[in-house]
Design a protein around this ligand. Structure first.
Ligand code: PNS
Length: 173
């Protein structure tokens, strides 16, 4: 049974993530989508909210399991005996971060392997941060996130309740 892990903060899940989930699920027997914490980012949605959004949007895809995990990704890889970790690659600027992460994880776990999937060209500029920015101005995010979570994302990030400036200030701290 080949298990692969697709980890991310999914803050929130986007159509770009969904594309990677669907394609990666075809490469293995079980794809575990792991909702993790990225300590270098201040998450906007709680881990429970992010988990629920991924379950709502991807829970029915055959061969896909969805979990959260507190701790290092390598610990989850070890625990699940996963063959590889999948990451989506949008641009050159993603590559540096992904290469660093892959190298650090391989130093900690020599059997660790990373598969980088280039994202679909029409989704290359869809990111969770763009979704948060657009939604915070009351903009239309319906082409950026799965329909089933669009309402939830818009409500949480509505101009009344959320300011991206605040988020940036928090990130700077
Ligand atoms: O969607 P993101 O924010 O790019 O995902 C990054 C994530 C969550 C996969 C990464 O921060 C992570 O693996 N966090 C778990 C803790 C860990 O293992 N950190 C070391 C990575 S070198």
């Amino acid at each position: 049974m080949k298990t692969m892990i697709y980890p991310g903060s999914f803050d929130p899940l986007t159509n770009g993530h969904m594309d990677i989930i669907r394609r990666a699920a075809k490469l293995c027997d079980v794809l575990v989508v792991a909702v993790l914490t990225n300590k270098s980012k201040q998450a906007c949605f709680s881990k429970e909210e992010r988990l629920e959004m991924v379950k709502d949007a991807a829970g029915d895809i055959p061969g896909v399991e969805i979990v959260t995990f507190d701790g290092l990704l390598v610990e989850l890889v070890r625990k699940l005996d996963a063959r590889a970790v999948i990451r989506g690659l949008r641009s050159e600027s993603d590559f540096r971060f992904e290469a660093e992460m892959a190298a650090a994880n391989k130093l900690m776990l020599p059997t660790y392997e990373t598969c980088l999937l280039p994202c679909r060209i029409d989704l290359a500029f869809t990111s969770s941060s763009i979704v948060r920015e657009v939604a915070s101005y009351g903009g239309d995010i319906s082409s950026m996130v799965p329909d089933i979570i669009a309402g939830k994302v818009s409500r949480k990030l509505s101009p009344r309740d959320y300011s991206p400036q605040q988020e940036r200030q928090q990130e700077d701290k």
